[in-house]
Design a protein around this ligand. Structure first.
Ligand code: GLV
Ligand code: MG
Length: 321
């Protein structure tokens, strides 16, 4: 069942917070990430799941997340925990929640399970359908080959997220270093196919696309490599696991001031030149570059990312310059 999609808010950094860590649940409210997700899945041991649900409900109801997107990652549909996760979270804190992250999505059936749960809860509360959105995490071979139909399956889905650790395990990648290139692989980028496939599927159906975590917390150089790889392709943001990763990831997923100014200049110049007074021209020179309608579209992307990152432009296009 498709529902009206709320405006999708931009996220560059998505902070993972284990639901079993009361200290991190509290601390996450003061860190500079665009989204926090309170985890009930793999960062919580099986014996700690019940307590984690209670901690997460309490943290959400206490509030204090400001403008951060508030999400909960429940356990996957194949587990013994998923039903109780979604029931407890919706009944306890459904009104203080923006999205549910569904991990290990392999097929549209996984999505439909959650779509129905959310719709039932929303109608029981007499609130607008679509209030709580879905973020699907693709992290194995089956999920990857099905990602196009998964992305198309519901307009409640706002983001497609890559799960590199589970994905590496799923395809038997010969490495224990999540997000880094496997040693011995010297030709190109071992993650390129998965990243690009997710990105194309996401963009085809109007979703944001988010890269997964980099696990070597102290290795900021490796984090930069991994972040630049997906940011350069066009990913919207990346998960972070530790406060020390936030600043770098925010920076990498935001345009530089110079890129932002150039995008603003292209938009202003293109608007002028295509207008009647500007000569109704479709393709013109801006400095040494030829710009046309496709340039405008590219500039719109950079401009939107810059604005979302809080950049301000002093750019003023002048005819003849
Ligand atoms: C995250 O869930 C991952 O598997 O990388
Ligand atoms: Mg995973």
């Amino acid at each position: 069942m498709n529902v009206p999609l709320q405006h999708i808010r931009a996220r560059r950094t998505v902070l993972a917070v284990p639901g079993c860590s009361i200290r991190m649940l509290e601390k996450s409210k003061s860190l500079d990430s665009d989204q926090v997700f309170l985890d009930l899945e793999d960062s919580v041991a099986p014996l700690a799941k019940t307590a984690a649900r209670e901690n997460v409900v309490k943290a959400l109801n206490e509030g204090g997340y400001g403008s951060r997107i508030r999400s909960v990652r429940i356990n996957g549909t194949g587990t013994q925990w998923c039903d109780e996760d979604i029931e407890t979270i919706l009944a306890g804190a459904g009104h203080n929640l923006d999205s549910i992250i569904l991990p290990k999505v392999q097929s549209v059936e996984d999505v439909f399970w959650l779509v129905h749960r959310l719709a039932q809860w929303e109608s029981s509360q007499n609130i607008e359908l679509g209030q709580v959105s879905i973020e699907v995490q693709i992290e194995d071979a089956l999920g990857l080959i099905n990602v196009e139909v998964i992305a198309a399956s519901s307009n409640r889905i706002q983001t497609i997220i890559f799960g590199p650790a589970d994905f590496m395990a799923s395809i038997n990648m010969r490495s224990l270093n999540v997000g880094a290139q496997p040693s011995g692989y010297t030709e190109g980028d071992a993650y390129h196919y998965a990243l690009m496939k997710l990105l194309v599927a996401g963009r085809a159906f109007g979703k944001q696309v988010i890269d997964g975590p980099y696990l070597e917390i102290k290795d900021l150089e490796g984090l930069a490599l991994s972040s630049n790889r997906s940011a350069a392709l066009g990913f919207d943001g990346k998960w972070v696991l530790h406060p020390d990763q936030i600043e770098l990831v925010n920076e990498i997923f935001s345009p530089t001031q110079e890129e932002f100014e150039q995008a603003e200049l292209i938009l202003q110049a293109y608007e002028y030149h295509t207008s009647q007074i500007g000569g109704q021209l479709g393709a013109v020179m801006l400095g040494s570059q030829m710009i046309d309608e496709a340039s405008r579209k590219m500039a719109l992307v950079v401009s939107a990312k810059g604005r979302a990152a809080g950049l301000v432009s002093g750019q003023q296009f002048e005819v003849g310059k």
